[in-house]
Design a protein around this ligand. Structure first.
Ligand code: ZN
Length: 161
């Protein structure tokens, strides 16, 4: 009679995925640095989107992190580029019928075109209709150089377009 093994309730088998409610279809952005979570949600969400936000969740890899889930939508290339600029460590999972069908780290372009404004107020791209072009010069921390005025900035200093 002493061989009874208690069965853990399902919620305790994988608490990691239970920190934010699951979604049926859509996109999950995980491993967002804690302080960028609301900015990422703001960036990704459209007016009628259903968005779930988890803040200051525990993460073995990064201590505290944020998770943003958007129901019913997958991200286009431009949105992924914007995400790469403000949360380069983020991972993206595509969910269909509650299953993860694709999971990847945000792709890091060599050049951000028309994604963020050059922070130099005198830069030509802030005065004429030139497309801003910011070249990635360092990945961690993410640093970019404007190819017109040649100034460098930490990505976190830039305003998205
Ligand atoms: Zn510039």
């Amino acid at each position: 009679m002493g061989d009874h093994q208690p069965i853990d309730p399902p919620t305790s088998t994988n608490p990691r995925v239970r920190q934010v409610e699951a979604i049926l279809h859509g996109t999950v952005i995980d491993h967002i640095p804690g302080h960028m979570t609301l900015k990422v949600a703001n960036l990704l969400a459209r007016e009628n989107d259903q968005v779930s936000i988890g803040m200051n969740l525990r993460s073995a890899r990064m201590g505290r992190k944020g998770v943003v889930k958007i129901s019913g939508r997958e991200l286009d290339a431009r949105t992924l580029s914007r995400l790469a600029l403000i949360a380069p460590s983020a991972s993206v999972s595509i969910i269909r019928d509650t299953q993860v069908v694709q999971k990847f780290t945000v792709p890091m372009p060599k050049l951000f075109e028309d994604i963020a404004r050059c922070a130099n107020p005198n830069c030509v791209t802030n005065h004429e209709k030139w497309t801003s072009r910011l070249e990635v010069v360092s990945a961690d921390p993410l640093t970019v150089t404007c190819i017109y005025c040649e100034r460098s900035y930490p990505a976190t200093d830039l305003a998205l377009l």
